[in-house]
Design a protein. Sequence first.
Length: 296
Amino acid sequence: MTVDLFALLCVLVITSSAMEETLMDTRVATAELGWTAYPNSGWEEVSGYDENLNTIRTYQVCNVFEPSQNNWLLTTFIDRRGAQRIYVEIRFTVRDCSSIPNVPGSCKETFNLYYYETDAVIATKGTVFWMEAPYLKVDTIAADESFSQVDFGGRLMKVNTEVRSFGPLSKNGFYLAFQDYGACMSLLSVRVFYKKCPSVVQNFAVFPETMTGAESTSLVIARGTCIANSEEVDVPIKLYCNGDGEWMVPIGSCTCKAGVMAELIVFHVLQLMIHHTFSLITSTSRELKRYISIEL
């Protein structure tokens, strides 16, 4: 084992992209979503198709000819599983107001996204959940593309995909709420997830999977554990997990214990490389199978 190769392995990092853990994904639903809508004349759950002609459960609303619309849609309870910052990916279509004949000026091409944090499941059917007061607004979401009657007749779907995030969260879980106030639109899918940094091996130390912090700019400290027959040098070894689920700012390192051959340390590193690479491949394979099943 040459000194140069040993030095290279000393700074070795098993890299992988940020990990996303899904908390809810309507695309994999095999039965009714069963969300709560108010009033009854507002959001409606229907079985439809996405742009790839896959069967999906969607919610739609189109009361554009009636003024003063205020239609609310509440998801089921979502367990946050310890995540402090949540991401919501929304895929939707919106009808172009100008393409609707004789439509009043109250027609909209936007909707609002809210969340409500709670420690327990609330009795949604008997709760005044459609009032804005208990909710925190995430954003007003606008469509980059809207469709016309010509597009609809030709079955041309102009799907918008928007991602929003919110936090910090501290309670057991939360609800999402969608507010329509005069649009003609369909929610094709909603995916809720959080990010984390993957487990890595760097400087002869193992770092565990680490959830990102409460803010997009947060840095979460992760302590490393020296591999067998090595020990910390000078300062405790650690990495920082940033808000995008990427490792940065390595501090400290591990080195061979007295009397231990460098070749033995390298052997342990290579073993860890194989283990972590296999774990990553297995995890990625599961995600691919899940999304392939959606496409099929």
